[in-house]
Design a protein around this ligand. Structure first.
Ligand code: HPA
Length: 247
């Protein structure tokens, strides 16, 4: 099977890529266990693209139960060298309101207890990968250029705070994250980005803002309906962006 030109990992609210044609569901296992589901391989702009739903196609896996290692290993096994991770997030700072799309350039990891490395000490090997720039600058630049070409507005840069979930954050937690310098908050950004670096994959996060984070907007409560409606509206620009990225 020829290698993938691009892999896309879909987050909450994005379970299929409708723009893919000739789609084949490719099943497969990894030395790290089963990925979240089949990789749906198809064509977009004449290129081979693989799509994997991070939470499973029926959204059955919570963020702390996703097998991030298996997902990335599987995509690399299918020949992917570039991974565009779509992450649904809450917005903290002004530029990151609901329905905004953006490309963070930094992150802070608040998750705990997740398997966060391929290097667990078996064989006595320990690997400390450089992670000063957690998202691959060349892939970020390519996505920004594609968005420009496709006329899709993207926020360029910001700090992603990765929380454990699956519950949403308290107002105090978000206030602390704001003080720490976070612009957006999500539950799936880590360990995914770090594992991608360990595998040598180019990796960028396309964040879709579903809601204001706790205490940042007027809403008394964050509802799933709000989250899904905003993700759907904000995803409208995705096919054009991907086409420009691949074309
Ligand atoms: N917090 C964390 N993760 C999220 C949020 C949020 O407010 N919205 C969507 N994913």
């Amino acid at each position: 099977m020829p290698p993938l030109d691009l892999a896309v990992i879909g987050g909450t609210g994005l379970y299929r890529l409708a723009a893919l044609t000739g789609v084949q569901a490719v099943e497969g296992d990894t030395p790290y266990g089963a990925p979240s589901g089949p990789v749906r391989v198809g064509q977009l702009a004449g290129r081979r693209v693989g799509f994997l739903a991070r939470h499973g196609e029926g959204h059955s896996l919570p963020p702390h139960r996703v097998n991030y290692r298996a997902n990335l290993w599987r995509l690399k096994d299918l020949g992917a060298r570039r991974v565009l991770a779509v992450n649904t997030v809450g917005g903290i700072t002004d530029a990151w309101g609901p329905q905004v799309l953006g490309l963070p350039d930094q992150l802070i990891d608040y998750t705990w207890g997740r398997t966060s490395s391929f290097w667990d000490g078996e064989g006595g090997e320990v690997l400390h990968v450089d992670f000063g720039e957690p998202y691959t600058p060349s892939l970020r630049a390519a996505v920004l250029a594609a968005a420009n070409k496709a006329g899709v507005a993207l926020v360029d840069g910001g700090c992603y705070g990765a929380t454990q979930g699956p519950r949403l954050e308290t107002r105090a937690e978000i206030a602390r994250m704001r003080r720490d310098g976070c612009d957006l908050v999500g539950m799936t950004g880590m360990p995914e980005a770090g594992l991608a670096r360990e595998l040598g994959l180019d990796y960028a996060c396309l964040a879709i803002v579903a809601n204001w984070a706790a205490g940042c907007g007027d809403a008394a409560e964050i509802t799933l309906e709000e989250v899904l409606a905003n993700v759907e509206a904000a995803s409208a620009g995705l096919p054009g962006l991907l086409e420009a990225l691949l074309g």
